[in-house]
Design a protein around this ligand. Structure first.
Ligand code: NAP
Length: 335
């Protein structure tokens, strides 16, 4: 019987793409998020946006035009059907009760289908704000860790009793290249992803003897609505901006205007916005996820996405001193 996969944060970006791709490969997919009944038309719009090749159409790189579709025709033609087949559950990863109850419910549902229960947990839900380390309130620092770090730990703790009982299972935690290097005005996010990296290493060693395979997946930047969602979370007035309208996104730097860092943050925000739109689509990461699930002996860590970004960062981290790295990095962001 097909493996049953739980994906957190399945209503957007990477999580939505994993759900669609894994369903297209015959897996049973349970998608979770904070939404009770996600609007499938909205999800389709997001999926198509994320899987379009966008090209800059002016010199200032503030306008883009749509190029070809980056997902296979077979998926695009069956998208409505695939979205219908995702079994959605509301599960806010910051709530102990919601996570425990929902994972139990999904496990029962999965068991009824495959006779085993949840085979694979993909921890993917994640958030970020756009603010300096000093400027971000303690409440929002905690919110970042409660989602990106404790959200993962909470879900792992909820699923482990079922996996241990069966003596098998697999967990994939989503990291970020931002967990290897601190991006300006995202140190809360980077710190939470660095913590995930070490949590995953610990779990990998501890759970191996119980036949529960734990890996981390470290994507490069990926073209999703992540920046838009970051803007919305940071500043309510960011509203419903169209993430394809780069000029509008850039002009609406969500950082607090009263911040001492606001002036510097303008250029950094512009670099971040212009960068993401030309990055690989989420399906590039979903293909790697499928390989991890199929691997007989999954490795501890997998990188996926933009090759140049991965290569540069790994070279820099290995061969360039931190003093030099953090001398060059602000220049890249125009600080
Ligand atoms: N995009 C990139 O460049 C990139 C690069 C490296 C790593 N990543 C990581 O990849 C993961 C997905 O990113 P993305 O780009 O796909 O972001 P996204 O488009 O903003 O999607 C985030 C997902 O997380 C869910 N979520 C947020 N808070 C939640 C909570 N408290 N409980 C449950 N679900 C929650 C959202 O669903 P609802 O709002 O419906 O709850 C949404 O489905 C994140 O962990 C991110 O850090 C992204």
């Amino acid at each position: 019987m097909a493996k049953a996969i739980v994906i957190t944060g399945a209503t957007s970006g990477l999580g939505l793409s994993h759900a669609v791709y894994l369903l297209s490969k015959g897996y049973t997919v349970f998608g979770t998020s904070r939404k009770k009944n996600p609007d499938l038309k909205e999800l389709k719009k997001i999926y198509l946006r994320d899987h379009t090749k966008w090209k800059f159409s002016n010199k200032e790189k503030t306008e883009v035009k749509a190029g070809r579709t980056l997902a296979p025709k077979k998926i695009i033609d069956n998208l409505d059907d695939l979205l219908e087949k995702i079994q959605f559950y509301k599960m806010d990863v910051t709530s102990d009760k919601e996570v425990n109850d929902t994972i139990k419910e999904i496990n029962e549902k999965a068991k009824a289908v495959n006779g085993r229960g949840i085979d694979v947990l993909i921890n993917n839900a994640g958030i970020s704000f756009y603010e300096s380390a000093e400027g971000l309130s303690m409440e929002n620092w905690q919110k970042t860790f409660d989602t990106n770090f404790f959200g993962v730990l909470r879900t792992v703790k909820a699923v482990l009793p079922f996996m241990k009982e069966r003596g098998e299972g697999q967990i994939i935690n989503t990291g970020s290249l931002g967990g290897l290097i601190a991006i300006p005005f995202q140190s809360h996010y980077c710190a939470s992803k660095a913590a995930i990296k070490l949590l995953t290493e610990g779990l990998h060693v501890e759970l191996r003897q119980l036949n529960i395979k734990v890996s981390s997946l470290t994507p490069s930047d990926v073209n999703t609505n992540f920046n838009k969602n970051t803007g919305k979370l940071t500043n309510g007035t960011f509203g419903e901006l169209d993430s394809i309208n780069l000029k509008e996104m850039i002009d609406n730097n969500p950082m607090d205007k009263k911040s001492a860092h606001f002036k510097k943050s303008e250029q950094v925000w512009s670099v971040i916005i212009k960068n993401l739109i030309v990055m690989p689509p989420p399906i590039a990461i979903s293909r790697k996820v499928t390989r991890i699930i199929k691997a007989r002996k999954p490795k501890l860590n997998y990188y996926a996405g933009d090759l140049l970004q991965q290569f540069l960062l790994l070279i820099v981290r290995r061969f360039v001193t931190e003093n030099i790295t953090y001398f060059i990095l602000p220049k890249y962001y125009g600080m």
